[in-house]
Design a binder for this molecule. Structure first.
Ligand SMILES: C[S@@+](CC[C@H](N)C(=O)[O-])C[C@H]1O[C@@H](n2cnc3c(N)ncnc32)[C@H](O)[C@@H]1O
Length: 305
């Protein structure tokens, strides 16, 4: 068996071609340069539609065919990826699962890093974007599925399921309810917008739960932009008998070019796991105040609690 890598997330991603010091426009130029003429036209069309409000950034996921192209595209997200890779590595280290599934694994950066860090664990990944899964397959030791969650027939059960921004936010249906305001632990949210996100997260979590071993855990980090979306995930988890673990909520605060962004991170278990659970009020207070259970992750991927 291979020795565990001594590289941290930043050095590991750099080895795969990530660029950490380029501006967003320099990254875009480098990405275009790495494409064929046809691919360049397709990307410029996506950018144009995105700027006019008709396209979405996730359309770009279908473009990369090579490690270099993928690394340049996803370098835009490098600061966030360092933070989440570091958090997931800590979770794996703490839980010592035998089997791990990364749901929405994309080009497999998290999976490949974790497998290099924990070579004795069996890692699997699933993503509907076939071209990205093909890039992840550079690590032949991964068990990969190119499929949507909805269509996948996974025979296995997993000790740990990871979701690192593993869905596309534009798939969450827009709320039609009028805006209003309510509070949890003194923190405001819009009940209509929050309620209307619950079915999306419920469908996602039910799928993940079906792949989970009896005492398994689901670790989720995502772009939950406000308390309403955090509440939606929490209520969806409750509806399918999953609970946020007592030490299962953190807010990763990441320095990006847009300022400091907050990314909530959850650890869920089946209700039968007798370890207790966190109340929504505790989570809302921690999210609002930003003092308890908050991890600051610097650009180098080191966590500063
Ligand atoms: C925001 S990207 C994140 C990719 C990767 N986890 C990362 O951290 O860079 C979301 C990924 O989830 C995948 N995805 C979204 N919805 C999916 C679904 N229903 N079934 C399978 N994959 C899905 C997309 O194809 C995309 O690769």
């Amino acid at each position: 068996m291979n020795q565990p890598t001594k590289l941290g997330p930043r050095a590991y991603l750099k080895k795969l071609g990530f660029q950490f010091d380029k501006t967003p426009s320099a990254l875009d130029r480098a990405f275009l340069k790495a494409l064929s003429a046809d691919e360049r036209d397709a990307v410029e069309d996506i950018w144009m539609r995105k700027h006019s409000g008709f396209g979405h950034v996730s359309e770009l996921y279908s473009v990369p065919r090579t490690e270099q192209q993928a690394a340049l595209l996803f370098s835009h997200d490098a600061a966030r990826m360092l933070a989440t890779m570091s958090w997931f590595a800590d979770v794996v280290d703490r839980l010592q699962p035998r089997t791990v599934l990364d749901a929405g694994c994309g080009a497999g950066y998290l999976l490949r890093y974790l497998r290099a860090r924990f070579p004795s664990i069996r890692f699997s990944g699933i993503d509907r974007q076939e071209n990205l899964v093909a890039i992840a397959a550079a690590d032949e030791g991964l068990n990969l599925h190119a499929s949507s969650f909805e269509e996948a027939e996974l025979g296995d059960r997993f000790d740990l399921i990871l979701s690192d921004f593993g869905w596309d936010n534009q798939d969450i249906p827009k709320s039609n309810k009028p805006h209003s305001s309510a509070e949890i632990a003194g923190a405001p949210y819009c009940p209509g917008c929050s309620d209307d996100q619950v079915p999306f997260f419920l469908a996602l979590l039910e799928r993940f739960k079906g792949w989970l071993s009896d005492d398994g855990r689901i670790a989720i980090v995502g772009r939950f932009p406000n308390l309403g979306s955090i509440r939606a995930l929490y209520l969806a988890a409750e509806s399918c008998d999953l609970r946020v673990q007592p030490d299962g909520f953190e807010v990763l605060r990441v320095k990006t070019s847009a300022g400091v962004e907050k990314f909530p991170a959850f650890l869920l278990a089946k209700n039968g796991a007798k370890s207790g659970s966190l109340q929504l009020e505790t989570i809302a207070a921690a999210y609002a105040v930003g003092s308890r259970g908050i991890a600051m992750v610097e650009q180098d991927g080191n966590r500063k609690i």
